[in-house]
Design a protein around this ligand. Structure first.
Ligand code: ATP
Length: 236
C-alpha cells in the first residue's frame, strides 16, 4: 500500500536519510528501530511531506506517486502522522481536537461514524469529550492525538514515539489500541523506543542507522536477533 524507495533527505549539508526503501502493507504493523538521530522521525516527516525528499526519491501510496505533494494532499491520499510530542491543541476540548482531524475531504463522509469508532477504541475520550485537552494526562493526550489522526480515515497511520513518557500500563493500552486499528485494515508505521512492546504487536521491522536501512525482517526474527537484542532489547 505504502512504498518508499531510494528516499534521501538532507538538512543543509547534513544527509539525514540516504537511499531508504521501505513498505507498509494493508493492516500491517511495521516498526522502525534506530538510535537517537538515526533518521527515524525524518523518514515519517518525508513520507508526510513535511520535509522535502531529494530528487530520485519516490513515495508511492496505493500505486500513486505522492513524493512532491503538500502535506494536506498527502492526508487526502490516506496517510496520517501522529508527530512526536503529539501536537494537539491544548486550549481546545477533546471533542474539538477530534473534529479538527476530519478536515480532509476524504474524512467528511461518515464523520459521525468515525468518531463513534474512535470513542469505542478509547472509551476514556468518550468520558472526557468536554475536557480541555491540556488538562488530560500524557497518555490521554496521546489518545487524543491518535484519535485526531484516525479522524482523517487514513489507510496508513504513522506514529513517532507514541509511548514516550507513558507508564508501562498506559503503553500497553496504547499498543493494544494500535493492534485493534491494524485489524481494521489500516497499515501502521511505528517509530518506537520501546522495541520490546512494539515488536510484540508488529509483523515486520526496519533497523535504521545513520540514515540507512541496515536491516529488515519479521518482528519475530528481529526479537531473536542477537544484535537487535543487545542494541534495542536491553541486552541478552
Ligand atoms: P530521535 O530518536 O532522537 O528523535 P531520529 O532517529 O528520529 O532521532 P531524526 O530526528 O530523523 O532522528 O534526525 C536525523 C538527523 O537529522 C539528526 O542528526 C538530526 O540532528 C538531524 N536533523 C533533524 N531535523 C533537523 C533540522 N530541522 N535541521 C537540521 N538537522 C536536523
Amino acid at each position: 500500500m505504502l512504498e518508499v524507495s531510494n528516499l534521501s533527505v538532507s538538512y543543509g549539508r547534513h544527509r539525514a536519510l540516504e537511499g531508504v526503501s521501505a513498505r507498509v502493507d494493508k493492516g500491517e504493523i511495521c516498526v522502525v528501530l534506530g538510535a537517537n538521530g538515526a533518521g527515524k522521525s525524518t523518514l515519517l516527516k518525508a513520507i508526510a511531506g513535511i520535509v522535502r525528499a531529494e530528487t530520485g526519491s519516490t513515495v508511492v501510496m496505493n500505486d500513486k506517486p505522492i513524493t512532491a505533494l503538500k502535506p494536506h494532499r498527502i492526508v487526502e491520499e490516506g496517510i496520517a502522522l501522529v508527530p512526536e510530542g503529539r501536537g494537539i491543541f491544548g486550549d481546545l476540548t477533546v471533542a474539538e481536537n477530534l473534529r479538527l482531524g476530519a478536515f480532509a475531504a476524504r474524512a467528511r463522509a461518515g464523520e459521525a461514524e468515525t468518531l463513534r469508532r474512535i470513542y469505542a477504541l478509547f472509551p476514556r475520550l468518550a468520558e472526557r469529550k468536554a475536557q480541555i485537552a491540556r488538562t488530560m494526562s500524557g497518555g490521554e493526550q496521546q489518545m487524543v492525538a491518535i484519535g485526531r489522526a484516525l479522524m482523517s480515515k487514513p489507510d496508513i497511520l504513522m506514529l513517532d514515539e507514541p509511548s514516550l513518557g507513558l507508564s508501562p500500563l498506559l503503553s500497553q493500552e496504547l499498543f493494544r489500541a494500535l493492534a485493534e486499528v491494524a485489524k481494521t485494515g489500516v497499515g501502521i508505521l511505528l517509530v518506537e523506543q520501546n522495541a520490546k512492546q512494539s515488536l510484540k504487536i508488529a509483523e515486520r521491522g526496519y533497523l535504521i542507522e545513520n540514515g540507512h536501512v541496515t536491516g529488515e525482517n519479521t518482528a519475530k526474527a528481529l526479537m531473536n536477533d542477537p544484535a537487535v537484542v543487545s542494541a534495542y532489547l536491553g541486552g541478552a
